[in-house]
Design a protein around this ligand. Sequence first.
Ligand SMILES: [Zn+2]
Length: 141
Amino acid sequence: MTSGPIFPEETASSPVVLGTDGLRTWHGSCHCGRVRFEVDTVLDRVAICNCSICSRRNAVMHRVSAERFRLIQGRGALTFYEFATHTAKHWFCGTCGIYTFHRPRVAPDCYTVNVFCLEGVDRDLVAGLEVQRFDGRSFPA
Ligand SMILES: [Zn+2]
C-alpha cells in the first residue's frame, strides 16, 4: 500500500472542463470554506459504504483518480483521522469538522470525495444517480 506523503500540496485552480461526455470540474469546499478542492469527473454515480466510519458520517462519496483531484486551498486547515491498519487517511477540516475527502485503502491512487461538499450537488441530484454499495465492513480499514 501507499507509503510516504500521500497528500498533495495546494495547486492552482483549473478552468472548468466541459466535455460532451459530461466531464466537468466540480468545486468542493468544507463548511467554513477554509478547505477548497476541485475534481474533474463525470458525476454519474456515487458510492456508499457500510464500514464503521462511513456509516457514522453518513458519507455519500465519489471516487476520482489522483490526477483529477486538486487541493486549491486549506492544506493547513486539514486534519486526518486514521484507524485500524492506518492506511487510509480520512481528511476533514479541523475548524468546521466536515469530512471532505479521503484516500481509500483499497485504491490508494485515488481520492474519494464527499459529494455533498461539491457546489451544485444536493439530495435531489444524488437521488438520480447510480448508487454503488461498497462492503467496507468486510475489509479492515
Ligand atoms: Zn471548514
